[in-house]
Ligand binder design. Sequence first.
Ligand code: ARG
Length: 563
Amino acid sequence: MDYKKKVAKLISLEVELEQEKIEQLIEIPPRSEMGDFAFPCFQLAKTMKKSPNMIAKELSEKFNKEGFEKIENLGPYVNFFADKGSFTENTIEKILTEGDNYGASNVGEGKTVCVEYSSPNIAKPFHVGHLFSTAIGNALYNMYKKQGYTAVGINHMGDWGTQFGKLISAYHRWVDQEALEKNAIDELLRIYVKFHDEAEKDPSLEDEARAYFKSLEDGDKETEALWKKFRDLSLKEFERVYKILGVEFDSYAGEAFYNDKMDVVVQELRDKKLLVKSNGAQVVMLEDYNMPPCIVLKGDGASIYATRDLAAANYRKNTYNFYKSIYVVGSPQALHFKQVFKVLELAGNEWAKDCVHVGFGLVKFADRKLSTRKGEVVLLDDLIRESVDKTLEVINESKKEIENKEDVAKKIGVGAVIFNYLKNSREKDIIFDWKEILSFEGETGPYVQYAYARARSILRSAVDIQGRVNYSKLTTKEEFELVKALEGFNKNILIALDKLEPSILTRYVIEVAKSFNKFYNAHSVLNLDDEDLKATRLKLVEATCQVIKNGLKLIGLEVVERM
Ligand code: ARG
C-alpha cells in the first residue's frame, strides 16, 4: 500500500475534503524530526471556523494511530510519523513484487500524448542540440508510457526546403558515389559545403539550385527520386544513431509529409479572414499579442516552415486526438511556436491550448578540444565516440576483471552523455566538461551506474542465506532514509511530467544512489552475525537495484552488472 494514500484516507474520515484533494495538500516535511508526512490545516479554517493550529491539534488527537509511530501537531500542521516497520515492509515488498513495473500507474489511461523530439535535418549533420532534444523527448515519452498514457513519438525531420535544390545541384556536379555509399551524411555534407563555397564565386549556381527545387516541388520524377535517395540514406544513418541511444519513434512524418496537407490549412485561414498581404507575403498579423506576423506563404506563394507546422498540428489532432501535443525543440525557436500556437487558436481550434513547446538551452564545451571533423558543429558521432573511448581508458586502467569491456564502456559512455543532458533544468545552457561528466564521483551517470554495480555485486556474493526476512530489523536512520527515497519513485515521475522536466527524475535517481552509498558506508550487509538482519538488508539492496534500474531506464540509460 502507498503510505501517502493511507494518510490521506485517514484524514478524509475526519474532515470534509475529497481524498484526492487531501493527497495534493499533503507535504513531505523538510526534516525527518518533523515526521514523514505533514497535513496543513489552513484550508479547513474557513469551513470549521477555528484557527488552523486548533484544528491541527484536535485532529492529531482524534486519528486512529494504527500503523503509525505517532501523530502530533506542530503549529498548523499535523505531522505523521510512519510506523517504520510497516512502511519499510510495504515499500520493499511492493518494489520486489512489481519489479520492472515499479513506478507505473494508470493516471494517463485513455489519454494520448504526442511527443515530438529529435527532428534532425536531412543531409545535414545530427548535432549536439538534436541530441539534447532526443534525450529530453525520449525521457518524457518513456515516462508518459509508464503512467499509462498512449504516447506517440514523432520525429519531425527537416526533409524539405530550398536546401534540397542546392543538394541536387551539388550532387550532379561533385558527388563521389563510393563515399556516398560508405557514409552518406559525410558525403552529402561535403558536397553541400562545397556548393556554398562555389556559389560564392559563381552566383548562377543559386539559380540552378532554385530551378531544381522548383522541379522537385512540381513533382518531377527524377528529382524526386534523388530527394528520396537522400532521405533514405540519411534516415539510415539516423537510425544507426538511435539504435546506439536506444531511442525509438512511432512516426517519421517529417516536413515533406505535409506537402499535400497545407492547402486546407491555408484555405481555412483565408476563409476566416486571417490572412493578409504584407510586403508581398501572406501573413497572420499578431501585433495584438506583441508578436511579429506569422508568415504563411512567401511572396512567390511557396509555403514555409510555419505552414508545415500548422498542417502538422492539425494532422496530429485529427489522427491522434491528443490530450497534449509536445514539441521538444531548442529555446531559440520559442517565438516560432508561440506564433504557430496563436494562429491555431485564432483559427478557432480550442485544442491549441494543449500544444506545448518544451524548450532547452545551448550546449557548450568546457575544453574546445573535442575532436570535431568539421569545424564548429560538434557532431553527435564524435561526442559519443569520445565519451566511450574515454570510459574504456578508465576501465582499462582499473585492475578489475571485467568481461565485454567494450560493451560496458558503451553503456557507461553513452549513458554519461545522456545523463549530463538531463541532470539540470532543461532551459539552462549545458557545459560539456569530460572530467566532470565521466567522473565516478559527483552527480554523474557513472556515479549512479557504479552504485548499481556495487549493489549487484553484494547480491552476487550473497550465497546460502539462511536467515528470515524481518523488516522490523531495519531500524537505522540510513536504512529508513533509503526506504523513503525508494518509496518516492512514482511521485517524482509525476512531478517530472507535470513540469515537463526530466531533470526531476534524474535528480531523484541521484538521491537514491546517494542514500544507498550512505547506507552502505555506514552498515555492513554480508558481514553480520545476525542472519535475519542479513537476509533483510539484502532485500533492501535488491529493492534499491530495482529502483535505480527502472529510473535509469526511463531517462534512457542501461545499467551494467559490473564496472
Ligand atoms: N528540424 C528542425 C531543426 O533542426 C527542428 C524541427 C522542430 N519541430 C517543428 N515542429 N518545427 O531546427
